[in-house]
Design a protein around this ligand. Structure first.
Ligand code: SF4
Length: 94
C-alpha cells in the first residue's frame, strides 16, 4: 500500500501528514484519557508538557502511546482565556 500525504499549517509551520491519519492524534494519545493531563495549567503533567514543548519547537505531532505514570481519568483543560501558555514548562523531571 502506498500512503497519500497532505500538508497544512500547524504550530505555525507547514507540516506533512498521512491523509488517513490527519486529525487522529487525540483519539490515540494516552494523555487524553489521563487525569494528570492539564494542558494550559501550572500543574500539567511534566512529561506531557515537555512532549508538547518539543512538538511546538519542531512543528511535529507526537501522540503518547505508552507512559509509566498514566492515571486513568478525565483530563482537565484550562479555559480558552487561560493566562498560562500551554508551552510553559514546569521544572523538569526527566
Ligand atoms: S502521565 Fe503520561 S499519559 Fe498522563 S498526561 Fe502525563 S505523559 Fe500523558
Amino acid at each position: 500500500m502506498t500512503a497519500s500525504y497532505t500538508k497544512y499549517v500547524h504550530h505555525g509551520k507547514v507540516v506533512f501528514v498521512r491523509k488517513d491519519l490527519k486529525g487522529l492524534h487525540q483519539k490515540f494519545c494516552l494523555c487524553y484519557q489521563c487525569a494528570r493531563f492539564k494542558p494550559g495549567q501550572p500543574d500539567n503533567c511534566e512529561i506531557a508538557q515537555a512532549v508538547f514543548g518539543n512538538c511546538v519547537k519542531f512543528g511535529i505531532v507526537t501522540p503518547l502511546w505508552e507512559c509509566p505514570v498514566f492515571e486513568r481519568g478525565e483530563p482537565q483543560f484550562a479555559p480558552a482565556d487561560s493566562p498560562i501558555p500551554p508551552v510553559v514548562r514546569p521544572a523538569s523531571i526527566l
